[in-house]
Structure formats: structure tokens, C-alpha cells
Design a binder for this molecule. Structure first.
Ligand code: G3P
Length: 217
């Protein structure tokens, strides 16, 4: 399973990248706004900076909702850097645009996916990635990881090439369960990635080893 970081924060991207285990980055308009990025030029420059920091796919989301506008915006985003993946919402014009991007060699990430039916449509349109939002599903008392399992099974049995990118990750256990469910990618906040490191027996064991090592000096 590939690890992407789900943020537009450059310091957090750098910290995850320095671990040596980062495969890519996803952003969305809310994450970009959180960093105080304003205006077309600043948005484009920020995506370029991220692409120069991380050697892997970087999802940049369109802000348009009509076919023609999504295509125009997506072409501009894709021109920023070869690693840009155009993130398109799961709406009717979005599916049309994903098919257009597929036919024109532009990679896509179909976002705001909450059902297996939506994931089938995204795959049929040729999306590079599909992003089911598992945390938001859990928030409404459904099982987000179960949706990942269902989509992985459908894609395997149908031979769809779209990669299942588990999004809206809220904790380290989500990452473990997505790996078990066969997700191709997990896009996580830095806190969830770092949470994977934690175990009290590791801390206690290391403390003892260091203590014993001192006694040998
Ligand atoms: O990037 C999309 C997704 O990961 C959003 O997560 O936490 O806002 O549901 P969240």
C-alpha cells in the first residue's frame, strides 16, 4: 500500500517526506484554504512547490463543476508539473471530464466517493485513482473500511485498473484496516502516519536497552 499525505502544509509534507516512506500528496480546497493560500497564481505556485518537494503523484482539485470548465481548469493544473493528478468531484460533469482526461492522457483522482456504485462509474471513466472518504462514512455511523473492501473486490473481479485511494483517514487504525482491506493507497494526515510508530512496549524496551548500554560503558 502506498502512503500519501493529505495536506497542503509544506512543513508537514517535508516531515513525512524526510521519513522516506512518502509516495505522494493529496490536497483539497479546504486544505489549501487552511494554509491561507489565496488567488489563482498563489494556488498554482503552491502546487508547483509541492511537486518539487515530493517525487510522486500530487492531487490538485478543480474548483469548477461544469464539464467545459473542469476540462479547462484540469488542463492548466496538469501543465504545472508531470506529477499533477487532476482531482475531480463525483458528479455527472465530473465523470464526463474524467473520461475526457483519460482519453487525453491526463491522470485523475475521482473525489467525494461514498458508494460502490460511484466507484464503478469512476473506474468506467478511467480514473487513475478513486477516493472513498472513509472517516466521513464512519462519522455517519456506517463502516468506511467495509466500503474499501467492497470496491477492492469489485475492481479485482472486474479487472478495473483504477487504484483505490482510501481518504478521510482519521487515525492509525484506519491505515492498518485499509492495508488489510487491500487499498492501493492510503492518504493520511501526518498525525495518523506518526501514530503508527507508537507502542508503549517499544518505549519501555528502548529505555531498558539504553540503561543497560550505559552500565557497560
Ligand atoms: O482529501 C480528502 C479527504 O481526505 C478529506 O478528509 O478529514 O476532511 O474528511 P476529511
Amino acid at each position: 500500500m502506498k502512503f500519501f499525505i493529505d495536506t497542503a502544509n509544506l512543513a508537514q509534507i517535508q516531515e513525512a517526506n524526510d521519513l522516506g516512506i512518502l509516495d505522494g500528496v493529496t490536497t483539497n480546497p479546504s486544505l489549501m484554504a487552511k494554509e491561507g493560500i489565496k488567488g489563482h497564481d498563489a494556488i498554482m505556485a503552491h502546487y508547483k512547490t509541492i511537486c518539487e518537494m515530493v517525487d510522486g503523484p500530487v492531487s490538485a482539485e478543480v474548483l469548477s463543476t461544469s464539464f467545459a470548465e473542469i476540462v479547462e481548469e484540469g488542463k492548466k493544473l496538469a501543465a504545472i508539473h508531470p506529477n499533477i493528478v487532476v482531482k475531480v468531484p463525483m458528479i455527472k460533469d465530473g465523470i464526463k471530464a474524467i473520461k475526457w482526461f483519460t482519453d487525453n492522457g491526463i491522470k485523475t483522482n475521482c473525489t467525494l466517493v461514498f458508494s460502490a456504485g460511484q466507484a464503478i462509474l469512476a473506474a468506467k471513466a478511467g480514473a487513475t485513482f478513486v477516493s472513498p472518504f472513509i472517516g466521513r462514512i464512519d462519522d455517519s455511523s456506517w463502516d468506511g473500511v467495509q466500503l474499501i473492501e467492497q470496491i477492492v473486490n469489485i475492481y479485482n473481479s472486474q479487472g478495473y485498473m483504477t487504484e483505490v485511494l482510501a481518504a478521510s483517514i482519521r487515525n492509525p487504525l484506519h491505515i492498518v484496516r485499509c492495508a488489510e482491506a487491500g487499498a492501493d493507497v492510503c492518504t493520511c494526515p501526518l498525525s495518523s502516519i506518526l501514530g503508527l510508530l507508537k507502542h508503549p512496549l517499544t518505549d519501555l524496551g528502548l529505555e531498558q536497552f539504553l540503561k543497560d548500554a550505559k552500565s557497560m560503558q
